[in-house]
Design a protein around this ligand. Structure first.
Ligand SMILES: [Zn+2]
Length: 414
């Protein structure tokens, strides 16, 4: 049986949530965020040590929490129904968490991107068919442990992943589930691609065959394709006129359907790469990152899901053409109208924020003329407007509820 507990939220100076220190009256614990930065993780250990220390010196667990709640970075003491709720909170992955992983990637135009593309394109079926060595009995009677035999071209891809920065200590892979290969060859969110690359490459050292498994189930392909699509999109916004080594990587993702749910193919990111070749101030020749159509405008569309303590944020960046932009707006906004209200924070903040930002973004998209032909394959199908999608009207439920609360408060107060 779970019991209510008290906790404080610990926040780093840059605003990143480190974790939640709690007590049930007898014990003190810390739930840290699996998606946090390595710096926040270390800070969490330091908080935890100091709190345990204070407890050992005789302060009661409740006293420790009260004392530390006055420190900079700590919230006031709050009550939670049980530990599971805190663990749920700690599972929230924020856009800042995603951005931190993107910041680890080499700037577009860095030679490591070309190396990744070339190494990957050079893979043959034999390279992908990883065999296992070992298992033989030596003359002394010892049996050698089986081990995967990776070809040199495959190892080159793995090295290239490390060199573009996709294998990073900023993803604590041991504390997170292994990302799965997306179905039917879709692209992954680029932050998820970094998570997967890190988990696969680092995981191999602890569990041989992890890379072989990722090759087999398509995860490695999805990781490389997602990273390359991201780099290509970055290149097209950051350095359109340059002699453009950035354009050497460009697999065209096959978009076929409208994104009815926000897990649609995405290679999200934010802004041009910090140290990309100078854009020379000229307006970039914006081309839609989804269909290659022109003109396009650089706006992002977002979707939000809040269910009790589970929050999920999705974002797809531009540039987008009028057609793809409308499709993204309609898909993401309808999704948010349906799913974006069912946690306290979502109801008061994230749901609204997401809808308003999408409305602002779509206003810019609607000013564009119809795009020219789609050059890189599929163009999103905008489908029917949001107000003709039944799911959007789910939003009336929380709205009516809030209204009824207000009415009750007003009439109750005389
Ligand atoms: Zn487009």
């Amino acid at each position: 049986m779970s019991e209510p507990l008290h906790y404080i939220t610990l926040t780093a100076p840059d605003g990143e949530i480190i974790g939640y220190a709690w007590t049930d009256g007898t014990r003190i614990g810390l739930v840290d965020r699996a998606a946090s930065s390595s710096a926040a993780y270390k800070a969490g250990i330091a908080w935890s040590n100091r709190m345990q220390d204070a407890h050992r010196r005789g302060l009661t667990p409740a006293g420790v929490l009260a004392l530390f709640s006055h420190e900079p970075g700590a919230s006031p003491v709050t009550e939670a129904p049980d530990l599971a709720v805190l663990e749920e909170l700690a599972r929230v992955v924020t856009p800042a968490d995603d951005q931190r992983l993107l910041d680890q990637l080499a700037p577009v135009g860095h030679p490591s991107w070309r190396e990744l593309a070339e190494a990957y394109d050079a893979l043959t079926d034999e390279d992908r068919d990883v065999t296992w060595g070992g298992g033989e009995k030596s003359p002394s009677g010892a049996i050698q442990m089986p081990y995967p035999v990776y070809s040199e071209p495959l190892r080159r891809v793995v090295r290239a992943l490390t060199e573009v920065g996709a294998v990073t200590p900023e993803h604590r892979w041991m504390d997170n589930a292994m990302p799965e290969a997306p179905a039917d060859g879709r692209l992954m969110d680029v932050a998820d691609a970094v998570r997967a690359a890190t988990a696969v490459v680092r995981g191999e050292r602890f569990s041989e065959g992890t890379i072989a498994h990722a090759v087999k189930d398509g995860l490695l392909d999805a990781v490389v394709a997602s990273l390359r699509a991201w780099a290509a999109a970055q290149g097209s916004t950051a350095a359109p006129a340059a002699a453009a080594p950035a354009h050497t990587t460009a697999p065209a993702p096959a978009h076929t359907t409208a994104p009815s749910v926000p897990s649609a193919p995405t290679a999200a990111t934010a802004g041009p790469a910090p140290s990309a070749p100078a854009p020379v101030g000229a307006a970039p020749a914006a081309v839609c990152r989804h269909c290659g159509g022109f003109p396009a405008v650089d706006v992002a569309f977002r979707a939000h899901l809040g269910l009790l303590f589970f929050l999920r944020f999705r974002r797809m960046d531009g540039p987008v053409c009028r057609t793809c932009g409308l499709a993204l707006h309609r898909g993401f906004t309808t999704y948010t109208l349906c799913w974006g209200w069912w946690s306290p924070l979502s109801l008061v903040l994230f749901g609204w924020l997401t809808v308003v930002r999408n409305l602002l973004a779509v206003r810019r998209v609607e000013r564009l003329p119809e795009p020219g032909p789609a050059v890189t394959g599929g163009r999103f199908d905008p489908g029917v407007p949001v107000h003709r999608r039944p799911l959007a009207y789910v939003a009336l439920i929380p709205l009516c509820w809030v209204l009824s609360l207000i009415v009750a408060a007003v009439s109750g107060g005389g």
